[in-house]
Design a binder for this molecule. Structure first.
Ligand code: MN
Length: 237
């Protein structure tokens, strides 16, 4: 038996709608996968989307509360004054592979969920301007809230409303049909760069309308047909 010399970290996991937990291995994210979001960020519209990662223990379980229950909370993170939301459809990989063809992508997906790619925007933009990695703006603790996963039956979605509200006011509103790389294309591209494994999550990118939150704000994020994500921001400043 292996004897570890320090305590082993707990397995990161996310709840599955109807029971059970999905063990999280890696969290991949797609950058710049909706045209209107590229425009609001001032990016090059001809550049294809790309991938970055967050640590697996950045997951925050954020299901929709029952009436009267408090939503899950996320701490306002350090070193930012511009803490922003990005609602995203998330793919949960159930079967690994490399060079997965688009036509077989659905067979590698365990389920779907609503997630938020929380971002320290000021820090991300400063890193981008100076040619450094985005990591410090994207890959911090508690930066990957996720609602319960719904097992996939049938094909990957190619349409469906995706939206986000802050304190009941709509901020983001789009449709999965606006994805530059659709779900199958994301899996084909990513699996040409890395071997995908069961337990990987893929945040598929955000539509336009990103913006800041402050402590006390409640974020509600939705993708048609999936459990709603609800989250309250707590702590500083
Ligand atoms: Mn994002």
């Amino acid at each position: 038996m292996t004897e570890f010399v320090i305590p082993v970290s707990p397995q990161a996991s996310a709840p599955v709608h109807g029971g059970g937990r999905f063990p999280v291995r890696r969290i991949y994210c797609v950058g710049r996968n909706y045209l209107e979001h590229i425009r609001e960020m001032g990016g090059d519209e001809r550049e294809p989307p790309f991938f970055f990662q967050k640590p697996s223990d950045a997951i925050v379980a954020a299901g929709s509360p029952r009436p009267g229950d408090d939503p899950a909370t996320v701490p306002y993170p350090p070193i930012t004054a511009d803490f922003q939301y990005e609602v995203e459809l998330v793919l949960a990989i159930g079967r690994g592979g490399t060079d997965i063809p688009k036509s077989e992508a659905a067979g590698h997906v365990y389920g779907l969920a609503v997630g938020i790619d929380l971002t320290r925007r000021d820090v991300q933009v400063a890193a981008r301007k100076s040619g450094r990695p985005w990591e410090i703006g994207k890959s911090f603790d508690h930066s990957a809230p996720l609602a319960p996963i719904i097992p996939l039956t049938g094909d990957l979605p190619t349409t469906g409303a995706i939206s986000l509200e802050v304190d009941g006011v709509e901020k983001q509103s789009g449709d999965l049909s606006q994805l530059i790389w659709n779900c199958a294309e994301i899996i084909a591209e990513l699996s040409s760069q890395y071997r995908l494994e069961a337990g990987d999550l893929i945040y598929t990118g955000t539509p336009a309308g990103v913006g800041p939150v402050v402590p006390g704000n409640v974020i509600t994020a939705r993708v048609e047909g999936l459990p709603t994500l609800a989250l309250r921001v707590e702590g500083r400043p």
